[in-house]
Write a protein that binds this ligand. Structure first.
Ligand code: FMN
Ligand code: FE2
Ligand code: FE2
Length: 385
């Protein structure tokens, strides 16, 4: 598909994979985006995931017919973009792989390619004829070898996973009135929270480094090509990587026999009645990436966990560890949960939240056996509102 005379989209939609990286659900699929820059020389920027070889090569042929690819630019080596490098080399044996030094051993290690690899350094350019590709390193967004490719003549940034989002394109390759940033915001947040969230500092450094470019188009490796809402998308990434959140509650819980759940639902209702947005997640029903998304969205985290073997109920512990692992900052925190003989979960959650630097709202609410509203609602609400 033609984005401009020179820039073509040759990516593919994945509507069948259930779990991205075998852990993040894809209710709306995902796209693996790849682009051609067609000039006197032709460059292909990144490839696609294993299993899409035929469709991917067909997309390339459709754009360039019998012409050959001169350069394969490797921005990122995660296999969702690098798995078809050997297939490209087989189809276009003379193409030169262009990448940075850190990616070279990865290309060999994953795909066995060592010949005709050209390494470039920060800021170096490659001429394709009338157009140029310039390379900027953005290490740890979210792998060490990650770089982005800038085409100044087209004011286009090939950004790798940065600004990427889950959700397949189904033919709507660019953002438009019927394919807006708002339509993708939740899935972009979930992608960021799950995959990139730990690397806020590298994202901030990358944003600063790229801040001087006059970007008209962002070609990410997942989700739409941003043409109309470039500024919104950059601003949102800036916000996410500063851990900025709006006022609201992400209330996530796990419950074996329903006692902690009763408290969770009562608390959610009470919070909503106060006019505060409250997203509720049952962590025994749902992958924790949905709650993580709302942890990045809202300024208050409320977690409900029964005490389990003198500890935190495992699904809740997984989320809390995920939050700590991503070094989430500037949040308010409240914990509650049922136990039967000796409480531990609330205390342990509060300790983790304290270590993360969160503001602890009250001491939390533990109750023995069954939940009754009188046991903690007043205290909990007073702390939260
Ligand atoms: C495997 C297992 C381990 C438990 N470990 C503890 C414990 O260490 N301390 C405690 O007070 N209660 C423990 N309990 C009891 C639960 O915390 C109690 O049943 C609680 O009410 C469950 O809340 P729920 O209805 O929200 O699942 C355990 C229960 C199970 C099934
Ligand atoms: Fe990646
Ligand atoms: Fe990716």
């Amino acid at each position: 598909m033609k984005l401009t005379d020179r820039i073509r989209y040759v990516g593919v939609d994945d509507l069948s994979t259930v779990l991205f990286e075998r852990q993040w659900p894809l209710p709306y699929g995902v796209s693996y985006n790849s682009y051609l820059v067609v000039d006197e020389k032709i460059a292909l920027i990144d490839t696609a995931a294993a299993g899409f070889r035929e469709g991917f090569l067909a997309n390339i042929k459709q754009e360039i017919g019998d012409r050959k690819i001169d350069y394969l630019i490797v921005n990122h080596m995660e296999p969702d973009h690098s798995a078809l490098q050997a297939a490209v080399r087989l189809e276009y044996p003379d193409c030169t792989i262009v990448t940075n030094q850190k990616a070279v051993p990865m290309i060999e290690g994953f795909n066995g390619l060592t010949e005709n690899v050209m390494t470039i350094r920060e800021g170096e350019s490659l001429s394709l004829g009338a157009s140029t590709l310039q390379f900027f390193m953005v290490p740890m967004v979210h792998w060490p070898e990650t770089m982005v490719t800038w085409c100044p003549e087209e004011k286009t940034l090939f950004s790798g996973d940065a600004f990427g989002t889950f959700k397949a394109l189904k033919g709507n390759v660019t953002d438009s009135k019927s394919n807006t940033f708002e339509d993708f915001k939740d899935e972009m947040t979930r992608y960021y929270a799950s995959i990139v969230g730990k690397y806020a500092n590298p994202v901030q450094s990358a944003l600063k480094k790229l801040g001087g470019l006059e970007i008209n188009r962002i070609c990410s490796t997942h989700g739409p090509v941003w043409e109309n809402q470039v500024a919104d998308v950059i601003q949102y990434y800036d916000k996410l990587s500063r851990y900025e959140a709006s006022h609201g509650v992400c209330l996530a819980y796990g419950s074996m026999y329903g006692n902690t759940e009763k408290a969770a639902l009562a608390l959610a209702e009470a919070i909503s009645k106060c006019g505060i947005p409250c997203a509720v997640h049952d962590l025994t029903e749902e992958n924790y990436s949905f709650a993580l998304r709302d942890v990045f969205k809202f300024d208050t985290i409320v977690l409900g966990s029964p005490t389990y073997n003198n500890g935190i109920f495992p699904p809740v512990r997984q989320l809390m560890e995920g939050i700590c692992d991503r070094q989430v900052k500037d949040r308010r925190f409240f914990a509650f949960g049922s136990c039967t003989w000796a409480p531990a979960s609330v205390k342990l959650l509060n300790e983790m939240a304290s270590a993360a630097g969160f503001e602890i709202l009250g001491e939390g609410a533990t109750f023995k056996q069954g939940y009754e509203p009188s046991k903690f609602d007043a205290a909990a609400l007073a702390a939260l509102v």
